[in-house]
Design a protein around this ligand. Structure first.
Ligand code: SF4
Length: 323
């Protein structure tokens, strides 16, 4: 059987072998980032709601566990097509994932916009690792790169992360994603350096786009600038690591399991590319299926108008999933 909210496992550059759980089910977010791999945000909101009921998410996660006994995972990662903290079932999902996978840490990817709220901080604190992102501390850059919901400021996001870190016992991996000519300025670097020195996260990952983003204005940052940010933020962290995430390989142990019908393969392909654009080679590795099966599924989905290839990366046509 296929899955609607569970995806992967993938070999994530930041977390190792990671099983994903999508808490939104569609592109609902408090930001509409230029670089978002999911595509443009369809519902820009700061309002929390049970976008997907926790019981439904946990039932699917339990089914995955039953069907993949013995699969090795480094993390169960809550994230998906939008901001996971928007789901009011966050605490229940974290607790349920920990019950289901007592030997696997649970991580949450977050844009940190809700961390100003003490109740969200308390819920999130149940996770073993939290990966907040903060791309710019300059209001004009923040507005351009993250296109946030009204009322959000980079100062408030930064203060929310600092407040969370004051009592959180788990690991914080900060991500800074740079876009060329948008948030790769010296002034941003200077403010981020001061911020990292205060936050002292376990790690800082300085990244840029490696796949098509949501808007054409998003262009990958120059390697020399990435290196400069890594060096400066590394100095701010002193002994701790600031690193370039390892190249991502999507094949993961346990990805290939029981034989799949063509319909199931099409569904898995759709589910997978809904969360990030992928090449045919990415999909072959992630699904661990024979090349001809993946090629057939892609050709059929393309012929049905459900997916499109842009520069070799497949992504769903919106109507296929989000409308
Ligand atoms: S990149 Fe993350 S924070 Fe930005 S729009 Fe996409 S899901 Fe939301």
């Amino acid at each position: 059987m296929t899955y609607r909210y569970v995806f992967g496992p993938v070999r994530s550059s930041r977390l190792g072998v990671s099983l994903g759980l999508d808490l939104l089910g569609r592109a609902v977010c408090s930001m509409d980032c230029l670089y978002c791999e999911v595509g443009p945000t369809r519902e820009l909101t700061r309002t929390r709601a049970p976008y997907v009921p926790a019981a439904e998410l946990l039932a699917e996660l339990a089914r995955w566990k039953d069907e993949h006994a013995g699969a090795h995972l480094d993390y169960v990662t809550l994230g998906g097509m939008g901001e996971p903290c928007l789901n009011t079932g966050l605490a229940e999902v974290i607790a349920g994932a920990k019950r289901l996978f007592p030997d696997t840490p649970v991580a949450v990817l977050t844009n940190a916009t809700l961390l100003a709220d003490a109740s969200v901080r308390a819920e999130l604190a149940q996770a073993d690792a939290v990966l907040p992102s903060l791309d710019s501390l300059l209001p004009e850059e923040f507005a351009r790169v993250n296109r946030p919901a009204p009322g959000l400021t980079p100062e408030a996001v930064a203060e929310g992360i600092l407040a969370f870190a004051r009592t959180y016992p788990g690991k914080i991996f900060l991500e800074v994603l740079l876009l060329s000519g948008v948030n790769d300025s010296e002034e941003n670097l200077s403010r981020l350096t001061a911020f990292v020195a205060r936050l002292r996260p376990a790690r800082v990952d300085v990244t840029t786009m490696t796949r098509p983003g949501a808007y054409p204005a998003a262009k990958a940052a120059d390697p020399a600038i990435l290196a400069r940010f890594r060096e400066a933020l590394g100095a701010a962290l002193a002994s701790r690591a600031v690193r370039e995430p390892a190249p991502e390989a999507t094949a993961a142990p346990g990805a290939a399991t029981a034989p799949l019908t063509p319909e199931e393969i099409r569904e898995i392909v759709l589910n997978s590319i809904a969360r990030r654009p992928q090449t045919a080679a990415d999909l072959r590795a992630a699904l661990a299926r024979p090349p001809e099966e993946v090629a057939k599924a892609l050709a059929e989905l393309e012929a049905d108008g459900r997916i499109v290839a842009v520069d070799g990366f497949y992504r769903p046509l919106r109507r296929a999933r989000n409308d």
